[in-house]
Design a protein around this ligand. Structure first.
Ligand code: FES
Length: 328
Protein backbone atom coordinates (compact mmCIF):
# COMPACT_ATOMS: atom_id res chain seq x y z
CA UNK A 1 0.00 0.00 0.00
CA UNK A 2 1.41 3.44 -0.90
CA UNK A 3 1.82 6.10 1.77
CA UNK A 4 -1.10 8.05 0.26
CA UNK A 5 -3.33 4.97 0.21
CA UNK A 6 -2.34 4.14 3.81
CA UNK A 7 -3.14 7.68 4.84
CA UNK A 8 -6.57 7.52 3.17
CA UNK A 9 -7.26 4.13 4.76
CA UNK A 10 -6.37 5.54 8.19
CA UNK A 11 -8.69 8.50 7.60
CA UNK A 12 -11.52 6.14 6.59
CA UNK A 13 -11.01 4.02 9.73
CA UNK A 14 -10.97 7.11 11.95
CA UNK A 15 -14.16 8.40 10.33
CA UNK A 16 -16.01 5.14 10.99
CA UNK A 17 -14.97 5.38 14.66
CA UNK A 18 -16.25 8.95 14.85
CA UNK A 19 -12.74 10.35 14.98
CA UNK A 20 -11.24 13.21 13.00
CA UNK A 21 -7.94 12.87 11.17
CA UNK A 22 -5.74 15.92 11.70
CA UNK A 23 -2.19 17.05 11.07
CA UNK A 24 0.01 18.73 13.64
CA UNK A 25 0.44 22.13 12.02
CA UNK A 26 2.54 23.95 14.59
CA UNK A 27 4.25 23.58 17.94
CA UNK A 28 5.14 26.65 19.96
CA UNK A 29 6.49 27.47 23.41
CA UNK A 30 3.85 28.42 25.97
CA UNK A 31 5.70 28.16 29.32
CA UNK A 32 8.40 26.08 30.93
CA UNK A 33 7.83 22.47 29.83
CA UNK A 34 4.53 23.47 28.20
CA UNK A 35 3.95 23.53 24.45
CA UNK A 36 1.02 24.74 22.43
CA UNK A 37 0.02 22.35 19.64
CA UNK A 38 -2.19 23.31 16.72
CA UNK A 39 -4.01 20.65 14.71
CA UNK A 40 -5.59 21.20 11.30
CA UNK A 41 -7.99 18.83 9.52
CA UNK A 42 -6.83 16.77 6.56
CA UNK A 43 -8.19 17.44 3.11
CA UNK A 44 -10.00 20.62 4.11
CA UNK A 45 -12.58 18.79 6.26
CA UNK A 46 -14.71 20.96 8.52
CA UNK A 47 -14.00 20.78 12.23
CA UNK A 48 -16.90 20.69 14.71
CA UNK A 49 -17.44 23.91 16.65
CA UNK A 50 -17.02 24.10 20.44
CA UNK A 51 -17.45 26.56 23.30
CA UNK A 52 -14.77 27.43 25.83
CA UNK A 53 -14.17 24.80 28.52
CA UNK A 54 -14.29 21.96 25.98
CA UNK A 55 -11.70 19.22 25.68
CA UNK A 56 -10.85 16.56 23.12
CA UNK A 57 -9.21 13.15 23.04
CA UNK A 58 -5.85 12.83 21.36
CA UNK A 59 -5.26 9.33 19.99
CA UNK A 60 -1.49 9.04 20.02
CA UNK A 61 0.52 6.86 17.65
CA UNK A 62 1.77 4.86 20.67
CA UNK A 63 -1.78 3.62 21.28
CA UNK A 64 -2.52 5.93 24.20
CA UNK A 65 -5.55 8.23 24.38
CA UNK A 66 -5.27 11.42 26.38
CA UNK A 67 -7.65 14.32 27.06
CA UNK A 68 -6.61 17.95 26.62
CA UNK A 69 -8.56 21.18 26.97
CA UNK A 70 -8.94 23.49 24.00
CA UNK A 71 -6.81 26.52 24.78
CA UNK A 72 -8.21 29.05 22.33
CA UNK A 73 -11.71 29.84 21.02
CA UNK A 74 -12.79 28.02 17.88
CA UNK A 75 -11.22 29.61 14.81
CA UNK A 76 -12.99 27.39 12.30
CA UNK A 77 -9.66 26.14 10.98
CA UNK A 78 -7.80 24.39 13.78
CA UNK A 79 -7.80 23.10 17.35
CA UNK A 80 -5.15 24.33 19.80
CA UNK A 81 -4.20 22.52 23.01
CA UNK A 82 -1.51 23.06 25.65
CA UNK A 83 0.48 20.08 26.91
CA UNK A 84 2.74 20.15 29.96
CA UNK A 85 5.47 17.56 30.22
CA UNK A 86 4.48 15.69 33.36
CA UNK A 87 7.41 14.18 35.28
CA UNK A 88 4.99 11.52 36.54
CA UNK A 89 3.69 10.95 32.99
CA UNK A 90 2.18 7.58 32.25
CA UNK A 91 3.45 8.05 28.71
CA UNK A 92 1.11 10.64 27.20
CA UNK A 93 2.76 14.01 27.72
CA UNK A 94 6.28 12.56 27.46
CA UNK A 95 5.43 10.98 24.11
CA UNK A 96 3.95 14.25 22.84
CA UNK A 97 7.00 16.28 23.85
CA UNK A 98 9.59 13.76 22.69
CA UNK A 99 8.05 12.31 19.54
CA UNK A 100 5.30 14.43 17.99
CA UNK A 101 6.57 16.71 15.26
CA UNK A 102 4.98 19.21 12.87
CA UNK A 103 3.47 17.30 9.96
CA UNK A 104 2.56 14.20 11.99
CA UNK A 105 -0.93 12.89 11.38
CA UNK A 106 -3.15 11.55 14.15
CA UNK A 107 -6.75 11.07 15.21
CA UNK A 108 -8.74 13.19 17.61
CA UNK A 109 -12.29 13.09 18.94
CA UNK A 110 -14.84 15.83 18.50
CA UNK A 111 -14.70 18.30 21.41
CA UNK A 112 -16.81 17.53 24.50
CA UNK A 113 -17.72 20.10 27.11
CA UNK A 114 -18.43 19.44 30.80
CA UNK A 115 -17.03 22.81 31.88
CA UNK A 116 -18.98 25.48 29.99
CA UNK A 117 -19.27 29.16 30.84
CA UNK A 118 -22.59 30.30 32.25
CA UNK A 119 -24.63 32.16 29.68
CA UNK A 120 -25.64 35.21 31.74
CA UNK A 121 -23.84 38.54 32.19
CA UNK A 122 -22.79 37.91 35.79
CA UNK A 123 -19.16 38.50 36.74
CA UNK A 124 -16.84 35.48 36.30
CA UNK A 125 -14.14 34.73 38.89
CA UNK A 126 -11.66 32.28 37.37
CA UNK A 127 -9.05 30.25 39.28
CA UNK A 128 -6.32 28.35 37.46
CA UNK A 129 -3.43 26.25 38.69
CA UNK A 130 -0.52 25.33 36.41
CA UNK A 131 -1.62 23.83 33.10
CA UNK A 132 -5.23 24.32 34.26
CA UNK A 133 -4.88 27.73 32.65
CA UNK A 134 -5.69 26.29 29.20
CA UNK A 135 -9.49 26.00 29.46
CA UNK A 136 -9.54 29.12 31.64
CA UNK A 137 -7.67 31.11 29.00
CA UNK A 138 -10.19 29.96 26.40
CA UNK A 139 -12.97 31.19 28.70
CA UNK A 140 -11.26 34.55 29.19
CA UNK A 141 -11.00 34.98 25.43
CA UNK A 142 -14.70 34.25 25.05
CA UNK A 143 -15.63 36.59 27.90
CA UNK A 144 -13.50 39.36 26.40
CA UNK A 145 -15.10 38.96 22.97
CA UNK A 146 -18.56 39.14 24.56
CA UNK A 147 -17.62 42.20 26.64
CA UNK A 148 -18.37 40.35 29.89
CA UNK A 149 -16.57 41.05 33.16
CA UNK A 150 -14.02 38.62 34.62
CA UNK A 151 -11.05 38.32 36.92
CA UNK A 152 -8.36 35.64 36.99
CA UNK A 153 -6.40 34.23 39.92
CA UNK A 154 -3.60 32.07 38.52
CA UNK A 155 -1.31 30.01 40.75
CA UNK A 156 2.03 28.70 39.51
CA UNK A 157 5.30 27.71 41.11
CA UNK A 158 7.71 30.04 39.27
CA UNK A 159 7.49 33.00 36.91
CA UNK A 160 8.68 30.79 34.05
CA UNK A 161 5.59 28.59 34.53
CA UNK A 162 3.22 31.42 33.57
CA UNK A 163 1.45 30.71 30.26
CA UNK A 164 0.03 33.51 28.08
CA UNK A 165 2.22 35.86 30.12
CA UNK A 166 2.20 38.88 27.77
CA UNK A 167 -1.54 38.69 27.19
CA UNK A 168 -2.22 38.39 30.90
CA UNK A 169 0.02 41.37 31.62
CA UNK A 170 -2.11 43.39 29.20
CA UNK A 171 -5.19 42.55 31.29
CA UNK A 172 -3.78 44.53 34.22
CA UNK A 173 -5.30 43.95 37.64
CA UNK A 174 -7.93 41.63 36.25
CA UNK A 175 -5.27 38.90 36.00
CA UNK A 176 -3.40 38.17 39.23
CA UNK A 177 -0.56 35.70 39.38
CA UNK A 178 0.47 33.93 42.57
CA UNK A 179 3.98 32.44 42.74
CA UNK A 180 4.39 29.80 45.43
CA UNK A 181 7.97 28.66 44.77
CA UNK A 182 8.49 25.45 46.73
CA UNK A 183 6.31 26.67 49.59
CA UNK A 184 2.62 26.23 50.34
CA UNK A 185 -0.05 27.87 48.12
CA UNK A 186 -0.20 31.67 48.46
CA UNK A 187 -3.59 32.04 46.77
CA UNK A 188 -6.34 32.38 49.38
CA UNK A 189 -9.47 31.53 47.40
CA UNK A 190 -11.85 32.21 50.28
CA UNK A 191 -10.81 35.84 50.56
CA UNK A 192 -11.26 36.29 46.79
CA UNK A 193 -14.69 34.67 46.84
CA UNK A 194 -15.81 36.68 49.88
CA UNK A 195 -15.41 40.01 48.05
CA UNK A 196 -16.75 38.93 44.63
CA UNK A 197 -19.78 40.84 43.30
CA UNK A 198 -23.16 39.29 44.18
CA UNK A 199 -24.26 36.66 41.68
CA UNK A 200 -20.71 35.95 40.47
CA UNK A 201 -19.94 32.59 38.90
CA UNK A 202 -16.76 30.81 40.06
CA UNK A 203 -14.58 28.55 37.92
CA UNK A 204 -11.54 26.44 38.75
CA UNK A 205 -9.21 24.15 36.83
CA UNK A 206 -6.04 22.96 38.47
CA UNK A 207 -4.42 20.13 40.41
CA UNK A 208 -6.48 18.11 42.86
CA UNK A 209 -5.46 19.98 46.08
CA UNK A 210 -6.52 23.23 44.45
CA UNK A 211 -9.91 21.78 43.49
CA UNK A 212 -10.42 20.51 47.03
CA UNK A 213 -9.63 23.99 48.40
CA UNK A 214 -11.91 25.58 45.77
CA UNK A 215 -14.87 23.37 46.62
CA UNK A 216 -14.36 24.09 50.30
CA UNK A 217 -14.13 27.84 49.69
CA UNK A 218 -17.34 27.70 47.60
CA UNK A 219 -19.33 25.72 50.17
CA UNK A 220 -21.66 28.67 50.80
CA UNK A 221 -22.20 29.46 47.09
CA UNK A 222 -25.21 28.07 45.15
CA UNK A 223 -24.01 25.01 43.21
CA UNK A 224 -25.26 26.52 39.95
CA UNK A 225 -22.60 29.24 40.31
CA UNK A 226 -19.69 26.86 40.99
CA UNK A 227 -17.86 25.23 38.07
CA UNK A 228 -14.73 23.11 38.06
CA UNK A 229 -12.87 20.53 36.01
CA UNK A 230 -10.67 17.69 37.17
CA UNK A 231 -7.35 16.77 35.53
CA UNK A 232 -7.55 13.18 36.65
CA UNK A 233 -9.71 10.95 38.74
CA UNK A 234 -9.44 10.74 42.49
CA UNK A 235 -12.30 8.31 42.68
CA UNK A 236 -12.01 4.59 43.26
CA UNK A 237 -13.90 2.55 40.69
CA UNK A 238 -16.82 0.62 42.05
CA UNK A 239 -15.68 -2.70 43.47
CA UNK A 240 -19.17 -4.17 43.47
CA UNK A 241 -19.43 -7.00 40.98
CA UNK A 242 -21.72 -9.84 40.17
CA UNK A 243 -24.57 -7.58 39.08
CA UNK A 244 -26.29 -7.94 35.75
CA UNK A 245 -26.22 -5.43 32.88
CA UNK A 246 -29.06 -5.56 30.42
CA UNK A 247 -28.15 -3.70 27.23
CA UNK A 248 -31.62 -2.82 26.01
CA UNK A 249 -30.90 -1.82 22.40
CA UNK A 250 -28.48 -4.61 21.58
CA UNK A 251 -30.45 -7.17 23.58
CA UNK A 252 -27.40 -8.52 25.40
CA UNK A 253 -27.10 -9.41 29.08
CA UNK A 254 -23.73 -9.60 30.85
CA UNK A 255 -22.55 -10.15 34.39
CA UNK A 256 -19.81 -7.77 35.57
CA UNK A 257 -17.07 -10.09 36.88
CA UNK A 258 -14.88 -9.46 39.94
CA UNK A 259 -12.27 -6.78 39.21
CA UNK A 260 -14.06 -5.70 36.04
CA UNK A 261 -16.10 -2.72 34.96
CA UNK A 262 -19.39 -2.42 33.11
CA UNK A 263 -17.50 -1.04 30.12
CA UNK A 264 -15.12 -3.99 30.01
CA UNK A 265 -17.92 -6.52 30.45
CA UNK A 266 -19.94 -4.99 27.63
CA UNK A 267 -16.94 -4.76 25.29
CA UNK A 268 -16.02 -8.38 26.05
CA UNK A 269 -19.55 -9.35 25.03
CA UNK A 270 -19.12 -7.54 21.73
CA UNK A 271 -21.20 -4.48 22.66
CA UNK A 272 -19.56 -1.39 21.16
CA UNK A 273 -19.45 1.57 23.55
CA UNK A 274 -17.75 4.94 23.47
CA UNK A 275 -14.99 5.53 26.01
CA UNK A 276 -11.79 7.46 26.44
CA UNK A 277 -10.21 8.21 29.84
CA UNK A 278 -11.64 5.15 31.64
CA UNK A 279 -11.18 7.15 34.84
CA UNK A 280 -14.53 8.89 35.17
CA UNK A 281 -13.21 12.30 34.14
CA UNK A 282 -13.98 12.79 30.44
CA UNK A 283 -17.66 11.91 30.00
CA UNK A 284 -17.15 9.86 26.82
CA UNK A 285 -18.85 6.76 28.24
CA UNK A 286 -21.94 8.52 29.64
CA UNK A 287 -24.85 6.13 29.22
CA UNK A 288 -28.58 6.50 29.78
CA UNK A 289 -29.92 4.39 32.66
CA UNK A 290 -33.35 2.93 31.95
CA UNK A 291 -33.78 1.00 35.17
CA UNK A 292 -31.80 0.19 38.33
CA UNK A 293 -29.65 2.22 40.70
CA UNK A 294 -26.07 3.08 39.70
CA UNK A 295 -23.21 3.41 42.16
CA UNK A 296 -21.78 6.66 40.74
CA UNK A 297 -18.00 7.04 40.99
CA UNK A 298 -17.20 9.65 38.33
CA UNK A 299 -16.24 13.31 38.81
CA UNK A 300 -18.31 14.58 35.86
CA UNK A 301 -21.91 14.41 37.02
CA UNK A 302 -23.12 16.88 39.63
CA UNK A 303 -24.64 15.63 42.87
CA UNK A 304 -28.10 16.43 41.49
CA UNK A 305 -27.39 14.53 38.27
CA UNK A 306 -26.12 11.56 40.25
CA UNK A 307 -29.20 11.61 42.45
CA UNK A 308 -31.46 11.60 39.38
CA UNK A 309 -29.81 8.36 38.10
CA UNK A 310 -30.69 9.31 34.54
CA UNK A 311 -27.20 8.63 33.20
CA UNK A 312 -23.97 7.07 34.45
CA UNK A 313 -20.31 6.68 33.48
CA UNK A 314 -19.90 2.99 32.81
CA UNK A 315 -16.07 3.01 32.91
CA UNK A 316 -15.92 3.39 36.69
CA UNK A 317 -19.41 3.31 38.20
CA UNK A 318 -21.19 0.19 39.39
CA UNK A 319 -24.61 -0.79 40.65
CA UNK A 320 -26.42 -0.63 43.96
CA UNK A 321 -29.23 -2.77 42.55
CA UNK A 322 -28.90 -6.41 41.40
CA UNK A 323 -29.18 -5.28 37.77
CA UNK A 324 -29.04 -2.22 35.56
CA UNK A 325 -30.91 -1.71 32.31
CA UNK A 326 -28.90 0.58 30.03
CA UNK A 327 -29.76 2.30 26.78
CA UNK A 328 -27.06 0.59 24.76
S1 FES B 1 -14.35 6.90 29.61
FE1 FES B 1 -14.05 8.89 30.43
S2 FES B 1 -15.66 9.07 31.90
FE2 FES B 1 -15.77 7.01 31.23
Amino acid sequence: MTALAASKEKARTAATEGLIEVRLASISYLADQVTLLEFQPLDGQCLPDYASGAHLDLHLPNGMTRQYSLATPFSGESYVIGVKRDPASRGGSTFIHDHLRVGHQLSISSPRNHFPLHSGREHAVLFAGGIGITPIWCMISELETAGRSWELHYAVRERRDVAFARKLAAAGLRARIYLSGDGPPVLDMSSVIDVAPPGSHFYCCGPEPMLVAFKSACSGIPVANVHFEHFSATVVASQDTGFKIIAKRTGKEVIVPPGGTILEALNAAGVETASSCKQGVCGACETVVIDGTPDHRDVILSDAEKASNKTMMICCSGAKSPSLVLDI
